[in-house]
Design a protein around this ligand. Structure first.
Ligand code: SOE
Length: 384
């Protein structure tokens, strides 16, 4: 485990509980946690049960007793660590977004594919059972021809101009460490889900804004220009002919993590809201083409409480009606990854698939600057 921030904790929790909930051939052993600050990494390792600590990630990556490297560091170090881990023959799981930009992402894809190593990016929201159920309903043809996809991810934690950029957690505001603002940090999640559910995004046009132009840098102590997008709105075209509308900001007072999406198709619609993540809303117009099969006076949105044994992942947990939470999305992702290693069917999104999301993010940022429609260059076959 490299890094001990919010994601280091979320992933460590998944490693600790994996074998309790999922029947797998392999057992997780928490070998080592690594970070530059010795005191902090020792406390982290003691808390989560890692056998030892390292302060040099290069040493960790070369350790013969380590099979898998988990990259939970800020985005500007993903590539360097991934390349070293690939060279050392380790499996790699990497926090999102894959890299700072497409160029770095391509280098990472090349390295892991050349080394033929299992790899995955932690786009955890795919593994929220309600979102996985949405995927299943789409595959079952219940939505029919898709027309519209809309999604948002709204937060409010950077409104104060006194919030510094740089340093623990706040590196997300420093363009050198993060690559972009809400586009890479928040919209990347929505783009990953959107393409997983509704296929490749081919063209985008965006409007980005930086509301606070200068912030103190936590490391240098100096006021420095802010290079990230504080807010981003974009519209897009999907390869299947449907249209998309995306909104993200860290300036939506009152919203902490309002992440929603809706998909409207000819035969039905689906809607999800992270604040009520155990539900999937479904409007069924028609069960199989032609005219409506549900009488109009009783037709309406239905709330599916996604807690039954036949719902994705739920047979691993409790009994119908009892919910799981945010942390289980990481557990489910990890279970899929290990299962993929065991049965030779790699879990997604792997680095190549996550690179497609990176391409959309980059096109969005570019369009925010040029004010024009930009092609994403997404490799249609890699959207899986
Ligand atoms: C930012 O506040 C953040 O923690 C993101 O970095 C995560 O990826 C997202 O899931 C929640 O918000």
């Amino acid at each position: 485990m490299i890094g001990y921030g919010f994601m280091g904790r979320a992933h460590s929790n998944a490693y600790k509980r994996l074998n309790d909930f999922f029947p797998l051939q392999h057992k997780v052993v928490l070998k080592a946690a690594c970070a530059r600050n010795e005191e902090k990494v020792k406390a982290f390792a003691a808390n989560w049960g890692y056998e030892r600590t390292e302060t040099d990630w290069r040493k960790l990556v070369r350790s013969p007793d380590v099979d898998l490297i988990d990259i939970c560091t800020p985005n500007d170090s993903h590539m360097e660590i991934a390349l070293a881990a690939a060279k050392a023959g380790k499996m790699i799981v990497c926090e999102k977004p894959l890299a700072l930009d497409v160029k770095q992402g391509e280098t990472m894809v090349k390295a892991v594919e050349k080394a033929k190593l299992p790899n995955m990016v932690w786009f955890n929201y795919r593994r929220v059972p309600s979102i996985s159920l949405a995927k299943q309903l789409i595959a079952e043809g219940r939505i029919g021809r898709p027309y519209h996809f809309r999604a948002n991810f709204l937060q409010d934690w950077t409104i104060s101009p006194d919030v510094p950029q740089g340093g623990a957690g706040l590196w997300r505001l420093d363009v050198k460490a993060a690559g972009s603002g809400v586009t890479g940090d928040l919209l990347a999640h929505n783009i990953d889900c959107a393409m997983w559910l509704n296929g490749p995004i081919v063209r985008v046009t965006a409007r980005t804004e930086t509301f606070v132009k200068q912030r103190k840098h936590a490391v240098t102590g100096k006021m420095q220009p802010v290079g990230i997008d504080d807010a981003c709105l974009f519209i897009c075209e999907f390869a299947n002919g449907s249209l998309g509308l995306f909104e993200s900001t860290r300036y939506a007072r009152g919203h902490k993590a309002l992440k929603t999406f809706e998909l409207n198709g000819e035969q039905g619609s689906l809607a999800f809201n992270l604040e009520e993540m155990e539900y999937l809303d479904f409007f069924e117009y028609n069960t199989g083409g032609g005219e409506a099969t549900v009488d109009s006076h009783i037709r309406g949105w239905r709330r599916i409480h996604v807690t039954n044994g036949e719902h994705p992942y739920m047979n691993r947990y409790w009994v119908p009606g009892l919910v799981i939470g945010y942390e289980h999305s990481f557990l489910n992702a990890l279970a899929d990854f290990v299962q993929g290693v065991e049965n030779g069917k790699p879990a997604q999104p792997d680095f190549r698939s996550a690179l497609q999301t990176q391409k959309v993010c980059e096109a969005v940022i570019k369009s925010g600057k040029t004010g024009r429609w930009e092609k994403t260059g997404v490799d249609v076959k890699a959207v899986i």
